[in-house]
Design a protein around this ligand. Structure first.
Ligand SMILES: [Fe+2]
Ligand SMILES: [Fe+2]
Length: 268
């Protein structure tokens, strides 16, 4: 059994200090094995914001997989945006832009989908897909294979026209070929989950997408600050959304999935 804490879109800069404190305390109570951060650690990629993000990460005593988001690339400093887009990210968070974690039960790969030229929209390149394929293909068949990205692979039900990561279909075809089970992402500041197949009919493999809300920022889009806790036990997945109620984080939505012959089945 493995327990994963999935946080996203922290946006340090306009973070809410009491929510940060509540998040550190609540993560500690989860007895998790791994922390996943799916991008937008800062609001404007500034050094002071990165220092805050790093100080937060250092308070969570877990192995971690972190990927950058579009806000982790400078927007207004055009020289930095194009010449050294992830300079501060590499300095304060990690120089590893292809993070990997594997322990026999879970195999996790992070991919950087943030781009300087489009800024808001992200993309996955053929080179990144080749590296993901190589990593996932060599994992044991029993391992749950998990991709971490910032930009979404399926839209939320409330906005089915939401922009998805660039190259989404090519990415899903690669992930299908190498047996990926789960995609964890953020960017939209909305917590939702679902199978890729209803949105991408060319894909036959069941891959479950889990999106996290914004963990600690003011930039909420109609939902409270929230994060996800995933518990994986063989073919079973318990997904819990934990939301800020004004005093602390509490479990607000629990969904159970079983991975069967036809793919992920949601248990009511
Ligand atoms: Fe964000
Ligand atoms: Fe974003």
């Amino acid at each position: 059994m493995r327990r994963i804490v999935h946080i996203s879109d922290l946006h340090f800069g306009p973070e809410v200090p009491e929510v940060v404190e509540g998040l550190v305390a609540d993560i500690e109570r989860q007895s998790a094995d791994l922390l996943i951060v799916s991008g937008d650690l800062t609001q404007r990629a500034r050094r002071g914001q990165y220092r805050k993000a790093r100080a937060f990460l250092d308070r969570v005593a877990l192995p971690r997989i972190v990927v950058p988001g579009n806000h982790d690339i400078p927007l207004f400093n055009v020289a930095a945006r194009f010449l050294l887009p992830l300079m501060n990210y590499r300095r304060y968070i990690t120089a590893e832009l292809c993070p990997r974690y594997a322990d026999g039960e879970i195999a996790v790969a992070g991919v950087n989908t943030a781009r300087s030229n489009t800024w808001i929209e992200g993309r996955i390149s053929p080179e990144q897909l080749a590296a993901l394929h190589e990593f996932f293909e060599k994992q044991p068949a029993s391992a749950t294979k998990i991709l971490v990205a910032h930009h979404p692979f399926i839209p939320p039900i409330i906005d089915t026209t939401a922009e998805l990561v660039g190259g989404v279909l090519a990415a899903l075809k690669t992930l299908e070929a190498c047996g990926c089970h789960l995609i964890l992402a953020g960017h939209l500041h909305l917590a939702y989950s679902g199978d890729v197949r209803p949105y991408h009919v060319e894909i036959e493999r069941s891959i479950l997408v889990v999106q996290a809300g914004t963990a600690v920022s003011h930039r909420r889009r109609g939902e409270p600050n929230a994060y996800n806790v995933l518990t994986l036990d063989g073919p079973r997945l318990w997904l819990e959304v934990r939301s800020w109620n004004g005093r602390e984080f509490e479990g607000t939505l629990r969904t159970e999935y079983d991975y069967e012959a036809d793919g992920w089945m949601r248990r009511e």
